[in-house]
Design a protein around this ligand. Sequence first.
Ligand SMILES: [Zn+2]
Length: 115
Amino acid sequence: MKRPTRAKVGYQVYTIGWLDESEWEAAGLPDNTNGATRPSHGIIAIRLGFNRSEEWYRETLVHELLHACFAVSRIDVYMDDKVLDAEELVCNTQAPMLLALFRENPKVLRYLTGE
Ligand SMILES: [Zn+2]
C-alpha cells in the first residue's frame, strides 16, 4: 500500500514526508521522536529507519494527524506548557485507538466517509 503524501486537516493541507535517518537529521527534527508536525508550515514528518512495521508507521501518522487536529482547532490557544503535556497524552493514547477503530470497523469508516 502506497504511503500518503498529503492530508487535509480542517482547512489546512499538510504535506506528509517519510524521511529516512539522514533526511530526518538534515531537517533538524528532534532526535527523541518518530514523528513531527509543524502546523505553521503544513508539514508532517514521519521518521523511517527504525526497522519498524508498517503498522507502527500508520499509528505514528494517526498520532501526528491528531497533533494537526489540535493545531487547526486552535486548542493550543488555551494551553500552557503543562497542558501541552496533555496534548501528548491524548495523541499517545488515542492514536492507537483510532487506528484500530478505523481498521476494525470498515463499514463504519465507509459510512463516515460517505463511500
Ligand atoms: Zn506527539
